[in-house]
Design a protein around this ligand. Structure first.
Ligand code: SAM
Length: 339
């Protein structure tokens, strides 16, 4: 029996799928679009999302073909749709979309192949990748969508780590702003012989800082809430060499230990999103950075997190001179600071 589907989104992605005859064997009952509701698309009325609970009572799946898939997913569940009915057509967290990929495989296997190709299309961006035996990105655990979603950041870090090792830059490594340890896992992998200091509340941002940043339009409830969903145990599970890690749980800089204070650092990732915490991070780590050591400051050219640049400006004023800065054109515009 043909599966019945409704497609959310009538933009370029849906057009491309339909031009390629995807879902040709399904019974496409209609389309939903919050912006273009009321119009007609391929001979069918485009419905408003609010009509979905009724439309879905005798429909098998809602197929999300829109880049705001995560917001759409949340609103579908709020409307009372069942998780089993709401299907992603994006590679996000592998486990989470496994169910979706199984459904698409059963109703339109061509689309799964297309998604796989898209997922890996950046892997070969560097011509050396296919012959690079020490590369992590694109292999095993590091082929996860998290890494592929920001190839330039992760792959550039790999190269940076190799230089730090070759040039024998002294010191421990650290991340301030660890969350679930996605980036820390790669730092740990590339520096298996170095101590890895991990600073995070593992409970999300400081409420005072959330309030302050929200007033400046650099944070919202969803962003703040999302970052509470982690724990030390969950993060440690992610690390290939957890024995090398020193977890400093709590609000930075109060969480700094005597041992962390005495260290020199060869590499530090600062990824705490908000101005004051970043400034505190620069104040602590930059003076302790070894000659030739490197800081990756995430989100420097983010459209949303304006506090990152402000913190750098404030730190340069305190320092009385400019830092040596190299901007990356990765997803959120990482700034590389080299001492
Ligand atoms: C964007 S997430 C880090 C993501 C992580 N680097 C990764 O690659 O997956 C930001 C993290 O910074 C933490 N954070 C922000 N300000 C902090 C502070 N002052 N002290 C400790 N942790 C902080 C938050 O709890 C959150 O987990």
């Amino acid at each position: 029996m043909k599966e019945s589907i409704i497609i959310w989104g009538i933009g370029d992605r849906t057009k491309m799928y339909l031009d390629n005859q995807f879902f040709a064997d399904c019974n496409i009952k209609g389309y939903v679009d919050s912006v273009k509701a009321g119009t007609v698309f391929l001979g069918k009325k485009v419905c408003n999302p609010s009509e979905l609970p009724e439309l879905m009572t005798d429909t098998d799946y809602l197929i999300i073909c829109n880049r705001f898939f995560s917001e759409i997913y949340d609103s579908c569940l709020k409307m009372g749709l069942k998780r089993e009915q709401v299907i992603f057509t994006d590679w996000i967290d592998e486990q989470f979309v496994k169910y979706d990929m199984d459904v698409i495989q059963s109703i339109e296997p061509k689309l799964v192949r297309e998604l796989e190709l898209n997922r890996y299309k950046l892997i070969e961006m560097n011509e050396k990748d296919p012959i690079d035996d020490i590369r992590q990105i694109g292999r095993g655990t590091y082929a996860a969508p998290t890494y592929m979603s920001d190839y330039f950041r992760y792959r550039s870090f790999e190269y940076m780590a190799e230089i730090i090792e070759e040039d024998r830059i002294d010191g421990a490594v650290a991340e301030l702003g660890v969350f679930r340890g996605d980036f820390s896992a790669l730092v740990n992998q590339k520096f298996p012989d170095r101590k890895l200091y991990l600073f995070d509340t593992f409970e999300g941002f400081d409420q005072e800082e959330i309030d302050k940043e929200s007033k400046l339009g650099r944070c919202d409830d969803k962003f703040a809430q999302y970052h509470t969903n982690t724990s030390v145990e969950r993060m440690l599970d992610n690390l290939p060499f957890p024995n090398q890690s020193i977890v400093c749980k709590g609000l930075f800089p109060e969480s700094v230990t005597e041992a962390a204070e005495k260290e020199a650092y060869a590499f530090v990732s600062i990824d705490v999103d908000f101005e004051n915490s970043i400034l505190e991070g620069l104040k602590f780590f930059y003076p302790r950075l070894s000659e030739g050591g490197v800081i990756f400051l995430h989100d420097y050219n983010s459209a949303f997190l304006g506090g990152v640049k402000a913190a750098v400006r404030r730190y340069e004023e305190l320092l009385g001179r400019k830092l040596k800065k190299v901007p990356f054109a990765d997803r959120a515009g990482t700034l590389v600071i080299i001492k």
